[in-house]
Design a protein around this ligand. Sequence first.
Ligand SMILES: *[C@@H]1O[C@H](CO)[C@@H](O)[C@H](O)[C@H]1NC(C)=O
Ligand SMILES: *[C@@H]1O[C@H](CO)[C@@H](O)[C@H](O)[C@H]1NC(C)=O
Ligand SMILES: *[C@@H]1O[C@H](CO)[C@@H](O)[C@H](O)[C@H]1NC(C)=O
Ligand SMILES: CC(=O)N[C@H]1CO[C@H](CO)[C@@H](O)[C@@H]1O
Length: 325
Amino acid sequence: MKSSIFTSALAGLAMASGAAAKLKWFGINQSVAEFGSGTYPGVWGTNFYFPSTTSIGTLIGEGYNIFRVAFAMERLVPNELTGSADAAYLANLTTTINYITDNGAYAVLDPHNFGRYYSNIITDTAGFGSFWTTVATAFKDNDKVIFDTNNEYHDMDQTLVLNLNQAAINAIRAAGATSQYIFAEGNSYSGAYVWNTTNENLSGLTDSADKLVYEMHQYLDSDNSGTSDVCVSTTIGVDRVVGATEWLRENGKIGVLGEFAGGANSQCETAIKGLLDHLQANSDVWQGALWWAGGPWWGDYIYSFEPPSGTAYTYYDTLLKTYTP
Ligand SMILES: *[C@@H]1O[C@H](CO)[C@@H](O)[C@H](O)[C@H]1NC(C)=O
Ligand SMILES: *[C@@H]1O[C@H](CO)[C@@H](O)[C@H](O)[C@H]1NC(C)=O
Ligand SMILES: *[C@@H]1O[C@H](CO)[C@@H](O)[C@H](O)[C@H]1NC(C)=O
Ligand SMILES: CC(=O)N[C@H]1CO[C@H](CO)[C@@H](O)[C@@H]1O
């Protein structure tokens, strides 16, 4: 899965002939099992829930082939990092994951924890490894599962972010999960726009199975936070990821844009299209992209991709479908 001059040349030829090479993965984040942050374990149906398999089925039917399923580490492994899994939460999460993979798509296990456990920065790398041993053991026989080490590390020591990622990778492989992809995230909320300055040392991560993918996130609003429906310009998508594209290629790495979104308006639409065309044109290093986000409890959220009436689903589905593999 390493980039090569050969695949670059093929991508170039495909572009020249008007048929851009498709990304391997194109899909939608799935929220709600991580909702109720800070209320642990919380009450199923009140503080948190699980994604709608009906909605996911609709999206798979339209061609989307990857779903990143957010969950809370505190609910899956409630007592301490080295503790065992809560059987009921694991069973419900497994139902969601198996629905996705039984229907032919990839399911990304996303501990939506920002490098924290019960609000404290995780500094116990061995304990973090134990957490991943528990999770990987439960899913090691499903080769369409992808392990995302953690959602959006931020304001953490950079060597700690490196060490936590490496501990996760080592634990996942040692648990016998050797066929699956692993997504490593970075500091500064995994922001693609600062990846080349913040996450330089993550190029040193090693994976015995050689199936490591660097997951970055990118929003198109003024502060990169994904909280506004206003996009800075029609070219802001490309502007913010070109440095990451170069970083991946220079380091011989593969990347996935694990979260992106923009408002339901024409300026954002042009910027989103430019971003996705750029990823496709560089599909030797970019392997996929996932919209943020679907899920049954988003209501009228500006980026909701929940069928049938989510704000972004109704505005963007026609465009995004054209990027599915
Ligand atoms: C799991 O889902 C069932 C419904 O299928 C629900 O009754 C139960 O409370 C859930 N438990 C957890 C911990 O998610
Ligand atoms: C990680 O990156 C930081 C910041 O660039 C650097 O100071 C540190 O030495 C790096 N750590 C390792 C182990 O490479
Ligand atoms: C780093 O990435 C940013 C954003 O894509 C880009 O503007 C900048 O030129 C890059 N810097 C270097 C040194 O590549
Ligand atoms: C940008 C964005 O949508 N962020 C979301 C990340 O996930 C948390 C928890 O699900 C949401 O509250 C944020 O809005």
